[in-house]
Ligand binder design. Structure first.
Ligand code: RB5
Length: 146
């Protein structure tokens, strides 16, 4: 599995926590920044990262900003992306099982590092259940491809 990781200035320290989790799990990943001292614009990270997931270069993406909201809105504009904004362990698990989410978004100003690490671990190791959920995910793809 290959994961692409990015944040804006509001998510730098949580991004570091997530990169440690990926290292611990021995998951290959590329961290595309930001390497920012000042502020940057979250779409400049969310959209390129999401495009690289949608193209198949990466299996999954993890995007962090202050709230996670900007990253999720921007990532979900990219065709083929199912970005889930997650701040608890239940939805981290279920969004993989039911939605086959391929991008995880979190907000550094919303949750602490311990919970964020657990969410990242739960989400990145979660499996899509397919079955009845597959036709629902397919309906989203059909809409995108209209
Ligand atoms: C940056 O100040 C902040 O707006 C951004 O990190 C994010 O929370 C946007 O949704």
């Amino acid at each position: 599995m290959k994961v692409i990781l990015a944040s804006d200035h509001g998510g730098v320290s949580l991004r570091r926590e997530v990169s440690e989790v990926l290292e611990e799990l021995d998951i290959e990943f590329e961290d595309i920044g930001c390497d920012c001292e000042g502020s940057v614009d979250y779409p400049d990270y969310a959209i390129p990262a999401a495009e690289r997931v949608a193209s198949g270069e990466f299996d999954k993406g993890i995007l962090i900003c202050g709230t996670g909201i900007g990253m999720s809105i921007a990532a979900n504009k990219v065709k083929g992306i199912r970005a889930a904004l997650v701040h608890d362990l239940f939805t981290a698990k279920v969004t993989r099982e039911h939605n086959d989410s391929n991008v995880l978004c979190m907000g550094e100003r919303v949750i602490g590092p311990g919970l964020a690490r657990e969410i990242a671990k739960t989400w990145v190791t979660g499996e899509f259940e397919a079955g009845r959920h597959e036709k629902r995910v397919n309906k989203i793809a059909e809409y995108e491809n209209k």
